[in-house]
Ligand binder design. Structure first.
Ligand SMILES: Cc1ncc(COP(=O)(O)O)c(C=O)c1O
Length: 411
């Protein structure tokens, strides 16, 4: 056949580094040899190797009525879910934020659904978005699917602080060249590095965005907050950075991608939200118009049981309090692994990237063969240009010393 079966735009689609596929390979290898260390999975696991589930979530899940379980979910979200997402995301800043911004919540199939709807609707085909050079690789695929490209700036300066100079240069270059800036920042607990921006970093970033917006260039800030609940800070402190958001100029659209997968350990349920915020009502009206349309056109609606469970936890102060305490135990689990990893890495002279929270630690490397070298020694990680990502979310304390030593051998 001389003509292609797929459309010309799909001819070059090949999933090259599929994290979920590598995780499946790692699981299969571990099933044959229990000595294999699987540090690939972005799902929190307990020390006995089982998934970390939240009792509050499970209790509510098994009590759902038939309509709460089986009906279609409302496209705009139940009141409990949508109002609850706003409360949850902003924490103690909710009041000032709601007074300052127009807000809207659109439920999506995980944080991924929020990312793909946003990239598709707020760029022209052929344009590029901006991300730090260390980013969650599926951004590339989500962008490609939306017919847009990826441009990067250097995340770190020479002291491993946020590289505001390179960010400023690259953001301005791209914005003035294509007359649009769509920026994704995954914070706190950047995947793949564990890096967390400070409030001062955000203030500096927002100043750059405001300057670009004042040149009449559309600016969209996508704040991917997937790991907001796993920063090594108290619940409200990890929401401190939203104080900096108060300074955003009127014509900027901020979209917070909320992930129910990580916060509630409901990975397979596919629930999340696009939380739109702008000081301009007209911009939020546009956000709603295209967001509602894309939900209906792409996946119709989201998981009803997940929306019901999350809505119930958000709407009941007692349940919410208990749930927040449960998250602390999840963070303790991660903290112990990170501390041990850090201690042994220091002993072995293995340099970790700065870690502020989340499921991953990162280590820079020049070894382009690192993935294969580690697999030969029974260790599965995710490699990306210049670094490896180690998912401590799925590694047991007893595996960490061996893990560090094997990494050190090949780095
Ligand atoms: C940085 C980042 N953003 C977004 C997501 C989206 O997750 P989900 O679609 O499961 O909510 C993930 C999941 O691994 C992630 O690591």
């Amino acid at each position: 056949m001389s003509n292609h079966i797929v459309g010309t735009h799909a001819l070059h689609k090949v999933m090259e580094s599929n994290i979920l596929k590598i995780s499946q390979d790692a699981r299969a290898a571990k099933a044959i040899n229990p000595e294999v260390i699987d540090a690939t999975v972005g799902m929190l696991h307990r020390e006995d190797g089982k998934l970390f589930k939240y009792a509050t979530v499970e209790e509510q899940l098994f009590k759902l009525s038939d309509p709460e379980m089986y009906f279609y979910a409302p496209v705009n979200g139940s009141k409990e879910f949508s109002a609850g997402v706003i409360d949850w995301v902003f924490g103690s800043n909710r009041e000032t934020i709601t007074k300052t911004f127009h807000l809207s919540v659109i439920p999506t199939t995980g944080g991924s659904g929020a990312l793909s709807n946003s990239l598709y609707n707020f760029n022209d085909f052929g344009q590029s978005m901006l991300v730090p050079n260390y980013y969650w690789t599926p951004y590339e695929n989500i962008a490609e699917e939306a017919h847009i490209g990826v441009k990067t700036f250097r995340l770190y300066d020479e002291n491993y602080d946020f590289n505001i100079a390179d960010f400023t240069e690259k953001a301005n270059e791209l914005a003035f060249e294509q007359k649009r800036l769509f920026l994704i920042l995954n914070d706190p607990c950047n995947n793949p590095t564990g890096f967390c921006l400070t409030k001062e970093n955000w203030q500096a970033i927002i100043k750059v965005l405001n300057d670009i917006s004042r040149a009449d260039i559309p600016v969209i800030l996508l704040h991917d907050s997937a790991y907001i609940d796993y920063q090594m800070k108290e619940h409200n402190q990890s929401r401190d950075v939203y104080e900096a958001f108060l300074e955003l100029d009127e014509n900027i659209l901020t979209i917070i991608a909320f992930s129910g997968s990580k916060t509630f350990s409901m990975y397979g349920f596919r629930i999340g939200a696009q939380l739109g915020m702008s000081k301009s009502k007209a911009i939020i009206d546009e956000f709603n118009r295209v967001g509602d349309y894309s939900v209906r056109a792409r996946f119709s609606s989201v998981s009803r049981p997940a929306m019901s469970v999350i809505g119930k936890i958000f709407a009941n102060q007692e349940l919410k309090k208990t749930f927040i305490l449960e998250i602390e135990t999840a963070k303790d689990l991660l903290r112990k692994r990170i501390e041990l990893f850090h201690e042994i890495a220091q002993r072995e002279n293995l340099k970790m990237l700065p870690y502020g929270g989340g499921f991953f630690v990162g280590i820079e490397t020049d070894n382009q063969n690192i993935f294969k070298d580690l697999v030969q020694d029974g260790v599965f990680i995710i490699s990306m240009p210049g670094m490896i990502r180690i998912a401590l979310s799925s590694v047991k304390l007893t595996e960490i010393e061996r893990l560090v030593k094997i990494i050190k051998k090949h780095i």
